[in-house]
Design a protein around this ligand. Structure first.
Ligand code: PMP
Length: 292
């Protein structure tokens, strides 16, 4: 991935993709002092751009560092890079990290760097597989207690258990893994939030120890706009037996139906399919009607 064409925005400059390098003694690499975002452009516009870049700032604040560019400046840089890359539909990845000026756990004087990369990333899960529903294993690692980790930050360090869990699931032939939380309640997938459907109502775990995804909030809003009740509550793994449908939400995953979680089976039903369509329509830029 380090040798694509085009440019990466790095600390205010457009650098050729292959030249966007950092030093091996970067604090972000050694001690995970890095936060990032995942955004998607549809039809040349980045969906919920300011919300994502605001969350990037908040993630950094939680880790105790300040990104030296305002949200408005990051918004502008993302837009300019999207144009320069020449994509209509693409994935946008801003990342901020502590640099290499000082080594050790303390890094008070290290530079805070910001880079943005944009590439074409069609569907996080294979498109055909997505419509049949993807298969999830149940992860061994649990989402930690928020007293142990900064759960509200989209911090690189929190993804260590996600990669381990996803790899373990893939080794068993699954597409992804569902993670429980430290109490043993259903939490989310390794990079997406989770929803269930039963008797025409949607149930989703309360995001008290994992990311309250921007897609999650968008989909909850769309479902309620369509008259579907959405209940946010603690969900026990034993309840999976009684749910009829299941789907994931995330910027990369969009709305992805789930057909299996360990021993449990789900249908790709009407509510899931409708929300998939409604979300796909909602992310498209609003066309301003020409005055007649
Ligand atoms: N949980 C995790 C662990 C994620 O990585 C993501 C993707 N950012 C989400 C949930 C969904 O967040 P969003 O809808 O804001 O992309």
């Amino acid at each position: 991935f380090d040798n694509l064409d085009g440019y990466i925005w790095m600390n205010g400059e457009f650098v050729k993709w292959a030249d966007a390098k950092i030093h091996v003694l970067s604090h972000g690499l050694h001690y995970a002092s890095a936060v990032f975002e995942g955004e998607r452009a549809y039809g040349g516009e980045i969906f919920k751009l300011t919300e994502h870049n605001t969350r990037l700032h908040e993630s950094a604040d939680i880790l105790g560092f300040k990104i030296p560019y305002s949200v408005a400046e990051i918004d502008a840089a993302c837009k300019e890079l999207l144009q320069k890359q020449g994509f209509q539909d693409a994935y946008v990845r801003p990342i901020a990290w502590r640099g290499s000026e000082q080594m050790g756990i303390s890094a008070q004087n290290n530079r805070i760097n910001l880079a943005i990369a944009i590439w074409q990333w069609p569907s996080y899960f294979d498109a055909a597989q997505k419509l049949k529903g993807i298969r999830l294993d149940i992860a061994q690692y649990c989402r930690p207690d928020p007293r142990s980790v900064p759960s509200k930050s989209k911090a690189a360090g929190l993804y260590m258990i996600c990669t381990i869990s996803k790899h373990a699931a893939e080794a068993k032939g699954y597409d992804d893994a569902m993670m429980l939380d430290w109490r043993g309640q259903v939490a989310e997938a390794t990079g997406a939030n989770i929803f269930f459907v039963k008797d025409g109502k949607i149930h989703t775990p309360t995001p008290d120890c994992f990311l309250d995804g921007i897609t999650r909030r968008t989909v909850i809003g769309l479902a309620r706009d369509h008259g579907i009740e959405v209940i946010e509550r603690a969900i026990q793994p034993e309840e999976l037996e009684g749910f009829e449908q299941c789907f994931l939400t995330g910027t990369a995953a969009e709305v992805t139906p789930v057909s299996e979680i360990g021993p449990y089976r789900f249908e790709v039903g009407e509510i899931t399919k409708n929300l998939l369509d409604v979300y796909s329509a909602a992310v498209q830029p609003k066309k301003v009607m020409a005055a007649e």
